[in-house]
Design a protein around this ligand. Structure first.
Ligand code: ATP
Length: 391
């Protein structure tokens, strides 16, 4: 009897889920997918509805050997389509309503985005209880793996880190203001930033993201995100604005600068929360002590100081005091240009130095005499921090 009733429960639940999925797609997804398909007819875009058979074949019946990632909600497989395109296929591990909503949300959000720094959704399969999502395959892992890789010194330079940060900022700025309906990502963190073969950033994982109606600046939602990256203001008020993404991006910047994780439970109490530790270090003019060593060695001291200052602005407690992602992207772009003039790498006798000195009224900022074999020491000795109290 007990077995019968639990079977009955499962069948009823399964039916309910299928109805929910149908309802969602009738209301939203069907329209969007129709739009995608008509777009496909008029251009070469590849949005498509896949059959279960096609995806089974592509993944060799979901062969464990083809698993490329596991997230909170499912498993991601590498697959090969009949036209030899390599794709990533996201499959949910358990089925419940919130997951279906998350998957469908991801389809709805991603199908409205076309940006070089946002992962492309190629299509989905609607025959299964939880839709399977098919993305472009991004081959170089996640930013998290690079920041926290033992041998990363030889893999990603500070220049690349700064480019990646700028690309992510541009993608978020696009989502907040340029996409037809503003989108808040809600889970910005290094493990959701994929890197392609040339280490170009692709923001991914839109399961938690929210479309914001154009006439609204904030949304009341159930708080969602990742601890360590979560905007404290959003946590207290449940009011979601695009400034929550700015806060999370600030944490990513600090992670890039310091090479430390957002939360480190193996560290002494004072260092456990990266944000708290970083802000305290800035307050005490100890930036050089928290900078990741190879970044301090490679980077231009003035530029590192500016990036740290920008991160601090992103981490301000009040969302309204934080810069917009557009402002962040513009500032990072400017700072990248500055890096080309790094005093660490230039010949002290070159014309470039004179040009640099001419660019600033305070020539001590570019103190070429202090060019050291160990630039880390130079950074430690010569960076005088001037951080605002805007937190
Ligand atoms: N398009 C892709 N190309 C290559 N690898 C990918 C792709 N999408 C996801 N992955 C891999 O799969 C992992 C899990 O993906 P994702 O974060 O989207 O899943 P999730 O279940 O939504 O995770 P989360 O727990 O962060 O919500 C990623 O960290 C990455 O390693």
């Amino acid at each position: 009897m007990l077995i019968c009733s639990s079977w009955l429960y499962l069948i009823v639940k399964q039916r309910k889920l299928i109805r929910l999925k149908e309802k969602f797609f009738q209301q939203n997804g069907g329209f969007i997918l129709q739009q995608q398909l008509s777009r496909q007819e008029s251009s070469n875009e590849t949005a498509k509805i896949f059959t279960t058979e096609e995806l089974k074949k592509a993944t060799n019946n979901y062969d464990d050997a083809l698993i490329i990632g596991r997230g909170g909600f499912g498993t991601v497989y590498k697959g090969i389509l009949p036209d030899n395109r390599i794709v990533a296929i996201k499959k949910s591990k358990i089925v419940d309503e919130s997951q279906i909503e998350q998957f469908i949300n991801e389809v709805l959000v991603l199908s409205q985005i076309n940006h070089r720094n946002v992962v492309k959704l190629l299509g989905c399969c609607l025959e299964t209880p939880v839709p399977l999502l098919v993305y472009e395959f991004v081959p170089n892992g996640t930013l998290f793996e690079y920041i926290h890789h033992e041998n990363k010194v030889s893999i990603v330079s500070w220049e690349t880190c700064l480019r990646i940060a700028t690309e992510v900022a541009e993608a978020l700025s696009y989502l907040h203001s340029a996409a037809s309906t503003p989108i808040i990502h809600r889970d910005v963190k290094p493990s959701n930033i994929l890197l392609d073969s040339s280490y170009t950033a692709k923001v991914s994982d839109f399961g938690a993201s929210r479309l914001v109606p154009l006439d609204q600046t904030e949304l009341a939602t159930m708080v969602q995100g990742t601890i360590g990256y979560l905007d404290p203001e959003y946590l207290h008020t449940s009011q979601l604005t695009e400034k929550s993404d700015v806060y999370s991006f600030g944490v990513v910047l600090v992670e890039l600068l310091t090479g430390r994780k957002a939360l480190s439970f193996d560290k002494p109490e004072v260092e456990r929360s990266l944000v708290t530790y970083f802000l305290l270090s800035l307050k005490e003019n100890r930036l050089s002590e928290v900078l990741e060593k190879h970044i301090a060695n490679e980077g231009n001291a003035e530029q590192l100081k500016e990036v740290a200052n920008l991160a601090k602005k992103c981490l301000r407690l009040k969302g309204e005091d934080r810069p917009t992602m557009k402002e962040v992207a513009t500032e990072l772009e400017g700072l990248r240009k500055m890096e080309k003039h790094s005093w660490v790498n230039v010949d002290p006798n070159s014309e470039e130095i004179e040009h640099l000195l001419g660019e600033t009224s305070d020539s001590s900022k570019y103190d070429v005499r202090n060019k050291s074999t160990n630039a880390y020491d130079s950074v430690r000795d010569h960076v005088v921090l001037d951080f605002d109290d805007g937190r």
